[in-house]
Design a protein around this ligand. Structure first.
Ligand code: ZN
Length: 108
């Protein structure tokens, strides 16, 4: 793990983000960063977990918290799954599907 700005490996813990991720501050350049950016590739393990939670009909907000992914990413993921899944699949039949371009926040 290195500072995204100056690539130094000298940093100190600097609190947490709103999403509960550990945040660090580079001691060299002062840049604050989170080691695992939210736009990282979501692991297959996490996707499997999300699939399970979707079947439990948890709200997207709850799933995002449990799986530690961003709701925005989760919405896209669900949308994608929905489009790839036959409409007769009851797992997703009850889920509100947002248009990918729809920026409104979904409230369960
Ligand atoms: Zn730095």
């Amino acid at each position: 793990m290195n500072c995204p700005k100056c690539h130094s490996s000298r940093f100190v813990k600097n609190g947490h983000t709103h999403y509960g991720k550990q945040r660090f501050r580079c001691q060299v350049c002062g840049r604050q960063f989170v080691p695992n950016p939210s736009r990282q590739l979501i692991s297959q393990e996490t996707r499997d977990l999300i699939d399970q939670l979707l079947k439990e009909r948890l709200s997207l907000a709850a799933i995002a918290r449990v799986a530690e992914v961003w709701e925005r990413w989760l919405q896209d993921y669900v949308n994608q799954k929905y489009y790839l899944t036959p409409k007769t699949d009851h797992y997703y039949a009850g889920l509100p599907i947002l248009h990918p371009d729809d920026n409104q926040t979904f409230v369960a």
